[in-house]
Design a binder for this molecule. Sequence first.
Ligand code: SAH
Ligand code: MG
Length: 198
Amino acid sequence: MKKLLCEMEAYAQEYNVPIIKAEAADILLREAMEKKPLHILEVGTAIGYSALRMAECLGEGGRITTIELSDERADLAEAYIARSPYADAITVLRGDAAEVLPTLTDTYDFVFIDAAKGQYERYLDAIEARLADGAAIAADNVLFRGYVMDEQCEVPRRFRTIVNRLRQFLAMLDEKPQYEVMVYPEGDGIAICKYKKI
Ligand code: SAH
Ligand code: MG
């Protein structure tokens, strides 16, 4: 498994696949380790790196459902996953998460959101009905290159929509009483939320 993960890290580096940064992964996996989830939902598989890292934290008999838009990446993810001890525990769903999420019928106790950065609020809205009481939700890249929290600096035009939407997403988590959120600056910023049914 260690060798497989190293191979994936090298692939991601060579082909510019934005897999989770090591420092953010530490926070994500600490939460997952503590929770020992039985059903993880991941939005944004890429080549399956974070899914395999999280798989090592699953409770007994646990499984992961992960969604990826790019067929090329989903193919790679399936090939890597097939070489791991978690081949039977991980299912890759293909398509736009905004369309796939409303079709899900299971309940999830751990969610990792890491796909289109401008769509996080939409994803969470679609997932909320599928969350187990006490579920943990992690969202990667919420500080987006430092722009999200920096009121001083001018955000380059091409990032403005993403940055505004991430700000809205964090503000929404702050306001809604069913979510309790902590934002960590590690990596590209990772939010960890706890969901309570109210
Ligand atoms: N979680 C992965 C990295 C994901 S990178 C890891 O840390 O290892 C983000 C991925 O989200 C990309 O592979 C991209 O193709 C995918 N993506 C982007 N928009 C999406 C969408 N609308 N629906 C599903 N996946 C999407
Ligand atoms: Mg990410």
